[in-house]
Write a protein that binds this ligand. Structure first.
Ligand SMILES: [Zn+2]
Length: 200
């Protein structure tokens, strides 16, 4: 995206809670969206139409006058979980074909188009309607991150009960957990117990 381009999605960066490691640039919106579900606590920030609409509006992804239907809610939740699966690949996870198909089907409905600027810049902009415009802004941020190498640093914590999206800022891109102090130590304790059990 060109520097002078401020999409509606890019306004309220400071509102997003990322759990410690915010992804740089607009990728933070993708991270924030995936982390609207706290799997461990069973809390979903966008679990119903009202809260989805309010989250999207809060982050400048949707206007108040855009109607949200049950099918939009379903699409958003499918999109989020397909993104989570995709980001798990960045942490050594296997691709899931069904989930990929879902993501590609939803991505097609976002209708991303290349827009060239008078300064010679190029950016992607969604021309899909309603919820797909909002999701398209997230996709555009993802594609931009794929282009400059940030994407593979956005990962899903490898602890099954966590699955939080975190940004791996380590030099060698070897981060596996959302936070070493939380899931890292849990995982190590689990491994330790496994090893001990094997020796008994
Ligand atoms: Zn974690």
């Amino acid at each position: 995206m060109a520097n002078d381009y401020i999409s509606p999605a890019m306004k309220n960066r400071e509102l997003l809670e990322t759990g410690g490691k915010p992804a740089p640039g607009d990728l933070i919106f993708v991270q924030g969206f995936v982390n609207t579900l706290d799997i461990e606590k069973g809390q979903d920030e966008i679990g119903d139409i009202r809260s989805l609409k309010s989250w999207l509006m809060q982050h400048g992804l949707l206007t108040r006058s855009t109607p949200i239907k049950v099918s939009d809610l379903k699409a958003a939740l499918l999109f989020r979980e397909a993104l989570r699966r995709l980001l798990a690949i960045n942490n050594g996870g296997k691709a899931n074909e069904v989930s990929l198909k879902t993501l590609n089907r939803l991505a097609a409905r976002c209708e991303l188009a290349v827009i060239f600027g008078s300064d010679g810049s190029a950016r992607l902009e969604p021309s899909g309607k309603g919820i797909f415009k909002a999701l398209g802004h997230l996709l555009a941020a993802a594609i931009e991150a794929v282009g400059d190498g940030r994407w593979t640093r956005l990962k899903i914590c490898c602890m099954d009960n966590c699955r939080w999206a975190f940004y791996d800022g380590s030099k060698n891109r070897s981060g596996r957990w959302c936070a070493m102090s939380v899931c890292g130590s849990r995982d190590k304790a689990r491994e330790y117990r496994k090893r001990r059990a094997g020796h008994v």
